[in-house]
Write a protein that binds this ligand. Structure first.
Ligand SMILES: NC(=O)C1=CN([C@@H]2O[C@H](COP(=O)(O)OP(=O)(O)OC[C@H]3O[C@@H](n4cnc5c(N)ncnc54)[C@H](O)[C@@H]3O)[C@@H](O)[C@H]2O)[C@@H](O)CC1
Ligand SMILES: [K+]
Length: 502
């Protein structure tokens, strides 16, 4: 499933219409029908539906759905914000079809009070006011209608985008529709995954409107959502004749006196995620505390670090911020023979070492949260959050790294600028220790997958899926601990492997 910008969606539509030959009215018919089909199973005879239409093609989709609702036994009122004479092109085509099929249009501008009453009494509001064509701040008359939809007690279903949300997810401070359900057409838009836009969407379902894959390729889209089917066909399979050395020989440099737990979480998560051999380097004073909890782990003293014979190194969880840790990070970067994962305090030191990132040829995976990303760039968290996709892409391309920008909808960016959005996970993960678990899973996967990007995406997916499954099976979002995540790896991995397709 591809994730697109406004401009990419427009290019996709243009190619489909101009080169494939599927006309605009046909795509609009498909869009409106898909919206109707999604709603139809739950419609009740006589329920009051208020359809709110703008003057663009989003309104055109609304006309198609409204035409189908005419014969469904509901009590429908169709409200148009502009004058009908302002409706042009494909939307006018479907407005006429709606009228000829027996529909009646009322104009909001002319019957303000009746509109307020209609929306106040509605059970369901279909929001087809503004879609991908909207930019900037909604005109005052639009804002008024947006507020009325938000004040309504009805269920609000937005077509393509909640009206007033800019498709590219740029920061905005005006009101936008707060939908209960958004029916996104063909491809999720960037806004669905960034703040503050993401809060407006409610539940999201993506509906196919018959656009062929070639149109998306022609538009040069290089962003996708990572789904369970992607995981299933990229998980590594163990050779029956393999041995422990076949599944990665990793060194994890983690932990400090104050944060010994971080080393434990990462190490145990790596072991649960299939790493063949794990050596852990913690400060000498920490080792006795955690060694008894990690019987499967070997230990390498900090004073005798030896990278020979390893197949990967991970550094950072709970490392602490004493100046000598910077040298450890530098040594890992300078050892250019194996892939590495740099997390947490490891990332803290990178701002002074970005040239080393650029020079290193073996894969580097960085896993910053927005605060660490902001530190790395010398900017603020809000600047990072305002443009998560662009910030990630610029950094990953410039320094040739795999960047995992964590948060709700973690964004993974490859050195070539290709991006993947993760949709698993919930607020249970907003707790100390979660990131350490991710590092462990990611490190183990990195040493077992053929493609680095698959390893990273599968790790992020699994990490979120652990939290999702825990809150479905007896946990709340409050109580999940890092240890719960780790001990839940077996059933979730088992589930994913049961139907592995490739
Ligand atoms: N062929 C296509 O392009 C298709 C488009 N589709 C639908 O069409 C939508 C895009 O249609 P459009 O590009 O016509 O635009 P929209 O219908 O999304 O809305 C833009 C309209 O709002 C107006 N507008 C722009 N800035 C505004 C502002 N600040 N305040 C208030 N109004 C403003 C514009 O004049 C334009 O009429 C998609 O979201 C989707 O719902 C679908 O029907 C599929 C096919
Ligand atoms: K809309």
């Amino acid at each position: 499933m591809h994730v697109v910008s406004r401009e990419e969606m427009q290019a996709i539509d243009r190619y489909t219409i101009g080169q494939i030959g599927l006309g605009g009215p046909l795509l609009m018919e498909n869009a409106g029908r898909a919206v109707y089909d999604e709603l139809a199973p739950n419609l009740k005879k006589g329920e009051k539906i208020c359809v709110v239409l703008g003057k663009g093609n989003n309104g055109g989709d609304g006309f198609v759905a409204a035409r189908m609702l005419l014969d469904s036994g509901v009590d429908e009122e169709v409200w148009l914000l502009p004058d009908p004479l302002e409706i042009k092109g494909d939307a006018a085509y479907h407005m006429n079809a709606f009228l000829k099929a027996g529909g009646r249009i009322r104009t909001i501008q002319e019957e303000r009070e009746a509109f307020s009453q209609s929306i106040g009494e509605a059970d369901l509001v279909i929001d087809a006011l503004l879609g991908t064509g909207f930019q900037g701040t909604p005109y005052p008359e639009c804002l008024e209608v947006i507020d009325q939809m938000n004040q309504s007690k009805a269920t609000v279903v937005s077509v393509d985008l909640p009206s007033g949300v800019p498709a590219n997810g740029e920061f905005f401070s005006h009101h936008a529709v707060a939908a209960d359900l958004t029916l996104t057409l063909e491809c999720p838009k960037l806004a669905q995954f960034v703040q503050p836009a993401a809060r407006c969407f409610g539940e999201v379902r993506t509906l196919s409107i018959g656009i062929p894959e070639v149109s998306v390729q022609q538009a040069g889209v290089r962003r996708k959502v990572w789904r369970e089917e992607d995981v299933r066909c990229t998980l590594p399979h163990r050779d029956p004749f393999s041995h422990k050395g076949s599944h990665g020989k990793g060194l994890l440099i983690a932990g400090s006196e104050q944060m010994s737990g971080a080393a434990f979480f990462s190490a145990r998560a790596a072991l649960r995620s299939g790493i063949g051999l794990l050596s852990l380097s913690v400060p000498d004073e920490v080792r006795p505390t955690i060694a008894s909890h990690l019987p499967e782990t070997m230990f390498m003293p900090r004073s005798a670090l030896d990278f020979q014979g390893l197949s990967g190194i991970a550094i950072g969880p709970g490392l602490g911020r004493e100046p000598e840790q910077a040298d450890l990070v530098r040594r890992v970067l300078e050892y250019d023979s194996v892939p590495c994962v740099i997390d947490a305090d490891g990332i803290y030191y990178l701002s002074g070492m970005t040239e080393l990132l650029r020079k290193r040829k073996s894969p580097i995976v960085l896993t910053p949260h927005p605060g660490e990303m902001a530190h790395l760039l010398g900017t603020s968290v809000s600047e990072v959050e305002k443009s998560r996709f662009d910030v990630s892409k610029q950094f990953a391309e410039k320094f040739g790294v795999y960047l995992v920008l964590k948060g709700r909808n973690t964004i993974i960016t490859a050195p070539d600028g290709g991006q993947v959005v993760n949709t698993t996970g919930n607020a249970a993960l907003a707790k100390g220790g979660s990131g350490d678990v991710l590092t462990g899973i990611l490190f183990a996967f990195l040493l077992q997958h053929g493609r680095t990007l698959d390893a990273v995406c599968n790790a992020v997916y699994l990490h979120g899926a652990l939290a999702d499954d825990l809150v479905k099976t007896g946990h709340s979002q409050l109580d999940v601990l890092a240890t719960d995540l780790i001990e839940h790896i077996p059933p979730v991995l088992h589930h994913l492997y049961q139907k592995a397709t490739c």
